[in-house]
Design a protein around this ligand. Sequence first.
Ligand code: C5P
Length: 407
Amino acid sequence: MDAAPNPRRRIVVGVTGGIAAYKAVQVVRELVLAGHDVHVVATEAALRFVGAPTFEAISRNRIETDLYEGVAEVRHVALGQSADVIVIAPATANTIARLAAGLADDLLTNTVLASRAPLVLAPAMHTEMWQNPATVANVATLRERGAVIVGPATGQLTGNDSGPGRMEEPEVIVAATLQAAGAASSLATVQDFSGRRVVITAGGTREPLDPVRFLGNRSSGRQGVALASAARNRGADVVLITAHLEVEPPDGVSLVPVGTALELQVAVTDAAASADLVIMAAAVADYRPERTSDAKIKKGQAHEGLSLELVQNPDILADLAAHRSPGVTLVGFAAETEPDDERLIETARQKLRRKGCDYLVLNRVGWSTGFASERNEVMMLDSAGDIVMTAAGAKDSVADRILDRLA
Ligand code: C5P
C-alpha cells in the first residue's frame, strides 16, 4: 500500500441555491479534516439556505460571495487560477445551465471560467428538472468539456417526491473531488467495502471447436479488472473469475481462471454462495459448439464450407438471480450496438427484466468503441429501469463510480 500522505490541495467549493446546501457543509468539513485548504464560494441563493458563518467556521476561511468585493486583488480570477479543483455541491439546474452557456454573472461562474482546474459537479434538483431535455443537454455539454458529474442519486427529494435528483452523499462527492485533484492516495481511499465479499467476472469466454480453435469475443477484461482493483482498494475481499484477459489481473485478489461459459458458471455459482455482491463484467458466449472435435478439423473435410451446430449456453446471471441467496446484490453488464440512446436504454430495460438483476451497467460498443479502449462511457440502471448513474472516463474511474453507486 502507498503510504504517502495525502497532498494538501487548494479546493474551491461552490455552493448554489438548493436545499441540499446543508449537505455541502459536510463536504467542506470532510475536505478540511483531510487537510485541504478549502474556500467556499456561495451564490446569494445558497446563503438563503445556509448562513455564511457556518461555512466560515467549517472551512476556516472567509466565504466568498460578492463579485465586487476585493476587486483590487482581482479576486474572481485569483480564486479560479489558484484552485487545484473546483467542486460545486449542490449544483442547481440554473447553475448547470449558466456553466454550460459560459456565463459569468456572479463570483462562482466567474471563478469557474477563470480556472483551468478540474470541475466536479454534484447536481441536485427535482426529477422533472433533471430529466428536462435542457438540463440533459447542458450536463452532456459540461461532461464533454471534461466536467465530472457525481450523481445525482435516486431517493427522497424535497417534499413528498422521490426519484433521481437527490444530491450524492458528501463522502462520494469528496472522493470524486480528491480523485479529480489527483489527491486520492490509497491511504485516503474510503474503506467502504471493508469486509464485503465481492465476486467479479472479467474477460471473454472461449468456446472450443477443436484443440486449436475457439469461438470468442473482443472483451479485453479491462473494465472487470479495474472493478476488481477498485473493490480491493476499498477494502473488499475480491474473487476475480477470469475468462480470457488481455491485461494482467491485479494483486491482492483471489483468481479463478476459467475458459468456457460453463466453467464460468460453475465458478461464479460457487463463489456467489457466500458473496455480498456479484458483478458480471465478463462477456459470456451465448452459444457454444454442440460438439468439440478431439482432433484439429482439417481443411477439405467438408467440400463446400463448414457448418457449425451451436447450442445455447445457460444465462448465468439470470440463473443466479432466480436462485439468489438473500442479501446478495447482482450487477450485470450489457454491451450493445444500438446507435441512438433511446433504443439503447430500451434494450437495457428489457434485459434487466429478463435477467432479474439489481443493476445493469450499459455501454455502447462497435467496431471502434468499447473493447480495447482504456476509456469507457456507461449508464447504470436500477431494477426499475431508472438511470441512476452515468460515467465517462478511464476504466479505473468508471469502476470507482460504479462502486460509489453500489456502496
Ligand atoms: O445477454 P447479454 O449477453 O447481453 O447479457 C450480458 C450480461 O449477462 C453480462 O453481465 C454477462 O456477464 C451476463 N451473461 C451471462 N450468461 C450468458 C450471457 C451473458 O450471465 N450466457
